[in-house]
Design a protein around this ligand. Structure first.
Ligand code: B3K
Ligand code: ZN
Length: 902
């Protein structure tokens, strides 16, 4: 890493001053899609891996596509490649026969069917961008999605070119004893000079983004899976030698995912071997390369003393997600990158369903909606707002977003709701039957679901173009005399600033709902004109018009309406109901998600009112209704520990800020801190009792019951520690000392950090001394400090950026400190001094030349700058301008910054 470029301190210019705009970037548009002029049937690659220069020999069997112009030139993608030779059908081409620029190799005159051979040189050891072929901890690995393959060899690097690959790797035997690529290993042997080779053949045609290779000194934790049709599949988890005792959970997760996909979707695995490789330097979570997944070590390695319960769950989910891609993504892939949600939204949907089946459906759903509201709703209301199927991009890597993934999954979830489980399965079966081996579009997917069910999903298709979070407005009237209850639903364009406000075509929105009588019982759901009530306590209303009224009969007393059960649509609900109605839902709604959501809405109202009080300098007084409601939750024997912990976790400051026109940074923080302390004081008795009742009774176990117990135990500790009294602090100190697992240890340390003073210093020092050699655990040490609410957090974070263990070369470490701070710590990142902004911008500038993808993610911390007061706006705007003016700024970062500045 080079030193930070010298920059002038940010001058407090106002947003109105002329922005320093980056040069206009080249925009790729969905409407410009053209099929490729050539197809590639077979690919043979030979990699000579060497410390200095590695050589890639590629042999491509090409043919002109039917319908392509007879004189169309062959234009191959290629970036950063040193071309050594190019030959067609065995004839080496002279330099006059081709043209190379920074991004392409063009050969003007080519036959209709021919063999192209190229030899290029690359330097993986210098690849800090971590896309293409690079080195991590001395091992070679690849990351090709979205457009990394072109950094390995010249190719038609687009997902609608699917080919069969045979790959040979040759390398030094001692340093790289393990040589892996996609498919099945078909040959291996010795070579002169202490080298060896392995050849892999992948029988399934695939796009280049799914290519992978790994070479290194790795150990394997192996297992097996027998498919429903009786085929034995070898499963291999490859890790660095010191991590071999942390793989069992990943292996079991994989086995569970394989079985689940057979049972739920009838999908079997198709190769003889499935490999997962864990690497330490990785730009994102994991990658679904055919038969050879490459993972961020964070989503593979787990041992009770190093991984929290959340880590265990995340590993299971990510392993499953990448496995599910084998059908949704690999066997059926995307025609172009605008269709990304075809594979990502669908695969997220599948991993959500899997997690619900493996654990608690309610807890899983709540966590999903929390993530959606925190990240995706924020994205929808800022400069990066885009449809789940974007219309344009400059750098595709910037569109692996919460919108494409999480909202994309919600859109699939609505299809499941509309079609029912059996209908959804019929649609999926038809989709696979029609499109196996093809690169297709979101419209193809929707057509399969519609055709399999004889349903019209035309209007539903608008969700693929819709931008922003739509508003669902609900109003009710009740006539006790007739027993009629009318629910009027209306759809409205997004409230927040962002595209799509004016042109908002009507959506097809499934609204799952129920009615509760004053005693909390569920009422029959019979609409006027219906012969009988619909079965069950929930029914799905379909809103297709701008407004529709639903008139229920037989409702004698005014009911509480439970709307959007299970969060049946990704919308913002505008329904002004009373606090009492919310309290009724919170206590009695049969839908666990809706119960939690009612509690969150109640807490949000209380917090926003207190924030106003704080800003106005009024005395803060806790709303007793919230205390009573929280007390009831704690005492409710029907709720498990995880649900109680979720219910008692107040909405975070970022979510609260979304409900304000201008985010009241200090007011929100003060209000939330106040409520935490007030609840802790009021509920001290029950919290102390719960803390001791939920104390560990035996050695650590990763069972659902134990996870629930630990969550409640740590929730109680968090509240008690907020009191800051000696007895409570002693509990945290003791737990930190005695914990036999990372969940308890981390939570205790988080409490000590909030408390501050000597207990914090001692805890941090001890944790650091114990885990300094373990990168993944040390990341937690950075994150805990970065997300803290303690008053001196900004100073700490500024100091940590110079800590000897901090480095921008490792994306996990960068995220642990800087993304945690910039994206999760609203109060301290938005410190009025602007020093948080300065730090983040400095680091973006420093990182951008080396790893633009991670830099672009970091800079998005400024995306919602317009939602803050004028002083903060000016300070963030100045940083954005400074970044925009950086000479040689990457396309990735430039795109995010340019959108923010528009
Ligand atoms: N498909 C990959 C993400 C690739 C990101 C490229 N910038 C992992 C996943 O979503 O499964
Ligand atoms: Zn994915």
């Amino acid at each position: 890493m080079s030193e930070a470029p010298g920059q002038a301190a940010a001058s407090p210019s106002t947003p109105a001053s002329a922005p320093q705009r980056p040069a206009p970037p080249q925009v790729i548009r969905r409407e410009d899609y053209c099929p490729p002029a050539f197809g590639i049937d077979r690919v043979e690659l030979r990699f000579e891996l060497d410390e200095d220069v590695s050589t890639v020999h590629a042999t491509l069997a090409l043919r002109r596509a039917p319908g392509a112009a007879a004189d169309a030139a062959l234009v191959l993608d290629g970036e950063g490649l040193v071309l050594r030779s190019v030959a067609i059908d065995g004839r080496t081409l002279g330099p006059e026969a081709y043209a190379q620029d920074a991004a392409t190799l063009t050969i003007a005159a080519v036959p209709d069917v021919f063999e192209l051979r190229t030899v290029v040189e690359i330097r993986p050891q210098d690849n800090t961008e971590l896309t293409g072929l690079y080195r991590s901890s001395g091992n070679y690995c690849t990351q090709c999605e979205a457009e990394g393959f072109r950094r390995i060899t010249f190719f038609l690097d687009r997902p609608d070119v699917m080919a069969r690959y045979r790959v040979t790797l040759a390398a030094d035997r001692t340093r790289y004893p393990v040589l892996l690529a996609n498919g099945n290993r078909v040959a291996a042997g010795e070579l002169p000079g202490g080298r060896h080779f392995a050849t892999w053949d992948d029988p399934f045609p695939k796009p280049s983004y799914l290519f992978a290779l790994v070479a290194g000194d790795l150990r394997c934790h192996a297992g097996e899976f027998t498919t429903a049709s009786g085929r034995r599949v070898r499963l291999e988890i490859w890790v660095e030698p010191e991590n071999i005792d942390r793989c069992e959970h990943a292996l079991r997760s994989l086995q569970r995912a394989m079985l689940w996909d057979e049972q739920r979707f009838g999908r079997e695995y198709d190769l003889d071997i499935y490999m997962i490789v864990a690497v330490s330097d990785f730009n994102m979570g994991a990658m679904e390369n055919k038969g050879l997944n490459i993972f961020n070590a964070k989503y593979v390695l787990a041992r009770p003393d190093t991984a929290t319960d959340d880590d265990y769950e995340a590993i299971e989910k990510v392993i499953a997600h990448e496995y599910f891609h084998n059908w949704t993504g690999n066997r059926v892939t995307c025609r172009d990158w605008f269709q990304l949600t075809l594979k990502e939204g669908l695969t997220v949907f599948r991993d959500h369903w899997f997690s619900a089946d493996m654990g608690s459906p309610a807890v899983t759903r709540i966590a999903e909606v929390l993530a959606l509201r925190t990240a995706q709703f924020a994205e929808d209301s800022g400069p990066m707002a885009h449809p789940i199927r974007p219309e344009s991009y400059v750098e595709m890597n910037n569109f692996y977003t919460a919108t494409v993934y999480e909202k994309g999954s919600e859109v699939i979830g609505m299809l499941r709701t509309l079609l029912g489980d059996a209908g959804f399965r019929r649609g999926m079966d038809l989709y696979f039957e029609r499109h196996d081996g093809q690169a297709v579009t979101c419209d193809d997917f929707r057509a399969a679901l519609a055709d399999a069910n004889g349903r019209d999903l035309e209007q539903f298709g608008r969700w693929y173009s819709q931008v922003g979070t739509p508003v669902l407005r609900a109003r009710t009237t009740h006539d006790p005399a007739t027993g009629r209850f009318t629910l009027r639903l209306e759809q409205a364009p997004p409230l927040a600033a962002g595209a799509g406000r004016e042109a908002a075509p009507l959506l097809h929105i499934p609204v799952a709902m129920g009615l509760l009588a004053p005693d909390g019982s569920s009422l029959p759901l019979q609409l006027v004109g219906e012969a009988a009530a619909s079965p069950g306590e929930t029914r799905v209303l379909e809103l297709r018009e701008q407004a529709q009224s639903f008139e229920f009969v037989g409702v004698q007393e005014a009911p509480a309406v439970s709307l959007l059960r299970g969060f049946s649509a990704p919308v913002e609900l505008d329904y002004p109901r009373s606090d009492d109605e919310l309290a009724r839902l919170m206590g009695a709604d049969p839908d666990a998600f809706a119960r939690w959501d009612a509690g969150q809405e109640l807490a949000r109202r209380v917090l926003l009112r207190l924030c106003d009080d704080a800003v106005a300098g009024r005395e803060l007084v806790i709303d007793e209704r919230l205390v009573t409601a929280c007390g009831r939750v704690l005492a409710d024997p029907r709720l498990d520990g995880s649900l109680k912990a979720l219910a008692l976790t107040l909405p975070n400051e970022r979510i609260l800020g979304q409900h304000q026109t201008i985010v009241a940074v200090e007011g929100l923080h003060r209000a939330r801190q106040f409520v935490v302390r007030a609840l802790a004081e009021a509920l001290q008795g029950p919290l102390r009792a719960i803390y001791s009742e939920t104390a560990p009774r035996g050695p650590y176990a990763i069972t659902q019951a134990e996870i629930d117990r630990r969550r409640l135990h740590n929730l109680a500790l968090g509240y008690l520690a907020a009191l800051g009294d000696d007895a409570s602090v002693a509990l945290a100190v003791a737990q930190f000392k005695d914990a036999d697992n990372m969940s308890d240890s981390q939570e205790a340390l988080a409490c000590l950090i909030e408390v501050g003073g000597p207990v914090r210093e001692a805890g941090l020092a001890e944790f650091h001394a114990r885990w300094r050699g373990d990168a993944l655990v040390l990341d937690k040490w950075f994150t805990l400090q970065a997300v803290s609410g303690h008053p001196d957090t900004l100073e700490r974070v500024l100091a940590l950026a110079h800590h000897p263990d901090f480095t921008l070369a490792n994306p996990n470490r960068t995220r642990a400190l800087l993304a945690s701070f910039g994206l999760r710590n609203q109060f301290h990142f938005h410190d009025a001094s602007g020093r948080g902004y300065q730090l983040l911008a400095d680091k973006v500038c420093e990182l951008d030349p080396h790893n633009p993808h991670v830099a672009a993610r970091l800079v998005s911390a400024f995306n919602n700058w317009r939602r803050f007061d004028s002083g903060r706006q000016a300070a963030m705007h100045a940083q954005l301008q400074r970044i925009a003016g950086l000479p040689g700024l990457s396309r990735s970062t430039q795109e995010i910054v340019a959108r923010a500045l528009v």
